[in-house]
Design a binder for this molecule. Structure first.
Ligand code: BDP
Length: 603
């Protein structure tokens, strides 16, 4: 799916701002055929929870309604008019002028529909009925229950099977864009790059596949460099375009070309679209992860889209700030834990050269997941209880369709901490891996992130991953406050995985310790900044022992909001930065370490 942009032939209009908002209490029927009886205001984009402040909104479980008016200029009526939501968390029904237009399930990926048949010049009304409910068919997975209270009122409840607050709402941009009736529906970019002995591009052929709707005489493909100079051109829906002396997109040293597609009819320009792209190769060879032919070492984080007030709402200033903090620390990568991030973030990473492991919202696929007693958790019958396959397929399809052309994306993460040990796991994983393999035109590596509970003696799926990604909490949930045992067990764990999978690269996608900024102690006392720093010192020392260990992505970049519970102190405090982005002591220690570790050839 193409990102909406303004071009010679296209317009974009924002529907962001203040919308009318209504919490559906399930006590009366709301009819989108007439303006809804909204009693509040809500900013879009943004999660509604923290904007609402009080419990009736913040903790509401069920349906909410959004509505606003928008204008359509008469000049647009002959164009194709598309209404696009970048994300609606988690399930939406959209109405225009009271008529049903589209439905979408899955809270982190874009969806759109042509609305020509529903709009008129002048004032129009868009209404969204949104559900924030999660259950055993959704991703993320929630445990849904309902009861009727003493007043006869339906009370819904979702107990999250994951460790982040279930922020919801119209969390990303809402736009109307237009294209001509004949238009570019999609562009798929792949490249054949031959590298020379210095790992520079000796020969580069960019394959541009253009999906055109309508009748055209010509499809012209023009490749522009960063100065908008034409460096190559071709034609047709399947154009092979050779770029002489192509500059590669490198981690932390990005270079972006632009593919400009022009559709022509009778010599006239009918539609055009511009897709920025970087040229780089990705390959897993034995236990090395090669980017542009050289062994790359991942330094970075698992993150969240999480901020004060906005919740999971897009916050572009924060994205820029985070990129700058990551760069300051000498990091080069992160994982979009635990769901696809905004398209703006992906474009920013393309621009800034950050390397991204792109994750679908497949989190919570573990029966009885708990952050309270990780070491006591047993493997259960997850796969006979959950019914997530259809949503998983849909999310994978939509994610790859959205992010396939991004240079920053080097690997797809298909699941976070799933039950990879219990009955039915193998079947489910084989299906999901086979499904995902068929989707990506660039054939990027695939992985899932192994849960410590499904360790080396239990996991039955790791061979399916191109890189073994693991979350490990030795010294936190395991061997708490006992760094001697933690270090020993960590070494044993990595040795055991390597013995079983000698040809696979292994990296950590999470390791961390909750830390309340400002707490200090001389002894190893959990929650202090000193403890967190020592935790990282010990983990890092072990990582450096092993050649097959190709990356450290810690948990978490910053403190973030979670569901309430006695194991969370106003959220998860494993951040290296606070939620307000102030560094904890470990940030400086890690900074010194990471600035010394090169992006390439560390191992
Ligand atoms: C893992 C999860 C992550 C949690 C983290 C933690 O992947 O979402 O926030 O551990 O416990 O289980 O902090």
């Amino acid at each position: 799916m193409l990102y909406p942009i303004l071009t010679d032939t296209r317009t974009v209009q924002s529907l962001d701002g203040i919308w009318k908002f209504l919490v559906d209490t399930d006590t009366e029927t709301i009819d989108p055929g007439t303006p809804i009886p909204a009693d509040r205001s809500m900013a879009v984009p943004g999660s509604f929870n923290d904007q609402g402040m009080t419990r009736d909104v913040r903790m509401h479980c069920g349906y909410v309604w959004y509505e606003r008016e928008f204008m359509i200029s008469r000049a647009l009526l002959d164009e194709r008019i598309v209404l696009r939501f970048d994300a609606a968390t988690h399930e939406a029904d959209v109405y225009v002028n009271g008529q049903f237009v589209m439905h979408h399930k899955g809270g982190f990926l874009p969806f759109e529909a042509e609305i020509n048949d529903f709009v008129q010049a002048g004032a129009n009304r868009v209404t969204v009925k949104l559900s924030n409910m999660l259950d055993h068919t959704t991703l993320p997975v929630g445990n849904y229950s309902e009861r009727v209270d003493e007043n006869g009122k339906l009370v819904r409840k979702v107990s999250e099977n994951f460790d982040f607050f279930n922020y919801a709402g119209l969390t990303r941009y809402v736009r109307i864009y237009t294209t001509p009736k004949t238009y570019v529906r999609d562009i798929v970019l792949t490249y054949d790059v031959t590298l020379d002995e210095n790992f520079a591009a000796a020969k580069t052929v960019v394959k541009v596949k253009t999906d055109v709707v309508g009748d055209v005489d010509a499809v012209d493909v023009v490749i522009l460099d960063e100065d908008r100079q034409v460096v190559a051109s071709g034609c047709g829906c399947d154009a092979d375009v050779e770029i002489a002396d192509a500059r590669l997109w490198q981690p932390m040293n990005a270079y972006l070309y632009t593919a400009r597609i022009e559709l022509k009819k009778d010599g006239e320009l009918v539609d055009c679209y511009e897709e920025p792209f970087g040229i780089r190769t990705v390959e897993v060879r034995g236990n090395k992860f090669l980017i542009n032919g050289r062994p790359f070492y991942f330094k970075g984080y698992g993150k969240h889209e999480d901020s004060y007030i906005n919740g999971r709402g897009i916050n572009e200033a924060l994205n820029v700030c985070d990129i700058n903090l990551m760069r300051w620390m000498g990091a080069n990568s992160f994982r979009t834990s635990h769901y696809p991030y905004s398209e703006e973030m992906m474009r920013l990473c393309d621009r800034e050269g950050f390397v991204v492991i792109d994750e679908v919202p497949a989190v919570g696929q573990f029966e009885g997941f708990s952050v309270d007693s990780a070491s006591g958790m047993g493997v259960k019958s997850t796969w006979s209880k959950l019914d997530t396959k259809a949503q998983h397929e849909q999310d994978l399809t939509e994610l790859v369709a959205r992010d396939k052309n991004h240079a920053c994306v080097v690997m797809w993460s298909l699941m976070n901490e799933p039950d990879s040990a219990g009955p039915g796991a193998r079947e489910y994983f084989e299906h999901i891996f086979a499904f995902a393999r068929k989707l990506d035109p660039q054939q990027r590596p695939l992985t899932y992130v192994n849960f410590q509970v499904c360790g080396i003696d239990k996991d039955i799926c790791a061979d399916l991953s191109d890189v073994i990604c693991m979350n490990r909490y030795f010294g936190w949930y395991w061997d708490t406050a006992d760094f001697v045992s933690a270090e020993k067990h960590l070494i044993e764990d990595l040795e055991a995985w390597h013995a079983k999978y000698p040809d696979k690269a292994i990296m950590f996608c999470e390791y961390g310790a909750d830390t309340v900024a400002g707490f200090h102690a001389v002894d190893d006392i959990p929650f202090t900044e000193d403890y967190q720093q020592k935790y990282y010192e010990i983990n890092s020392r072990v990582f450096d022992m092993f050649d097959f260990f190709i990356g450290e992505q810690l948990w978490n970049f910053a403190d973030f909001e979670t569901k309430t519970g006695i194991n969370r102190v106003q959220g998860n405090k494993k951040g290296i930065f606070t939620r307000g982005r102030e560094p904890k002591a470990a940030a400086r220690w890690l900074r010194n370490r990471w600035l010394e570790i090169p992006d390439f050839d560390y191992k």
